[in-house]
Design a protein. Structure first.
Length: 291
């Protein structure tokens, strides 16, 4: 893959996102998919942890918020499911490998394949080209976007969930492990929407509250016409500014849209919010991107 140019870096700062086709090879993508197949095959899901993962606000609060499983997943490899794949007893209605929404949030730290990808020389080089001085990896996720049931992700900004002071220190790396198309739920962005700050934050609730997290502020109504789709081929990388507004639609196609994504914070002169759901732990302080 060709090295990123200064023009591309400028485009990233202007749009809030940057598409880099063929950043990873087909072999690298296949190795991640194979590794995830192994992880899922060995998955043991404790019955009380079978929370359906949802992006709609009330369900988000109910399902994720009441779930310690989610809150304590920052330094573990854990499993989150699509809605409607489990019966009320927590048994799978469809094969488990077709029921998972995502796996998070510490693949980059504990799985050799995903760790190697996250810290690969080309990712480190890209970080340097973007001027990151002391980047650390805060979380990672494998997203399945299952055929027919891969839920929509409503318009949001990543900094709502990963808040820093000052803002502008969070960067997402989103890797397409299969072609992402308009049919199977590619990402959509509002270009230039990363310059107005954020209007909503997900914070840890006060202890003793009925949920573990709550939302402060609200998401504005975005104009659908402002979003542009970013289809991308297998191996492509999308860089996502922490405040750019993006979404994805329901996957109504017959093909999945697997992706591996991780978030990096420029740690120099930055404070990670103590109110974020995700916190570094003694077992896993945020590792440096540069090795």
């Amino acid at each position: 893959m060709a090295s990123v140019t200064q023009q591309q870096v400028q485009k990233f700062h202007k749009d809030g996102f940057l598409v880099l086709e063929q950043f990873f090879s087909a072999e690298e993508c296949d190795s991640m998919r194979r590794q995830m197949q192994r992880i899922v095959a060995e998955m043991e899901v404790p019955p009380h942890c079978r929370t359906a993962f949802s992006t709609r606000e009330e369900e988000q609060l109910q399902a994720q918020g009441s779930s310690d499983y989610f809150l304590t997943s920052g330094d573990k490899i854990r499993f989150f499911f699509e809605k409607g794949v489990l019966d009320e007893k927590g048994n799978f209605l469809i094969p488990k490998e077709k029921s998972i929404s995502k796996v998070g949030h510490a693949l980059h730290a504990y799985d050799p394949v995903f760790k190697q990808i996250t810290h690969s020389p080309k990712v480190q080089e890209l970080g340097r080209k973007l001027g990151l001085e002391t980047p650390v990896v805060v979380q990672s996720m494998y997203i399945f976007k299952q055929p027919g049931i891969g839920g929509e992700v409503t318009p949001h900004q990543d900094a709502t969930f990963l808040h820093t002071e000052p803002l502008g220190r969070i960067l997402g790396f989103w890797i397409a492990l299969e072609d992402a198309t308009q049919e199977n739920g590619c990402l959509w962005f509002i270009p230039g929407s990363h310059t107005n700050g954020i209007t909503r934050r997900m914070v840890r609730a006060a202890s003793g509250a009925s949920t573990c997290v709550e939302f402060v502020g609200s998401e504005p109504a975005y104009d659908d016409k402002q979003f542009i789709p970013l289809p991308i081929s297998k191996g492509g990388l999308i860089l996502i500014h922490g405040e750019v507004v993006h979404k994805s639609e329901l996957n109504s196609s017959e093909s999945s849209r697997h992706a591996f994504t991780f978030h990096v914070m420029e740690a120099k002169g930055t404070t990670w919010s103590k109110e974020n759901w995700l916190q570094p732990t003694p077992e896993l302080p945020f590792p440096s991107l540069y090795t």
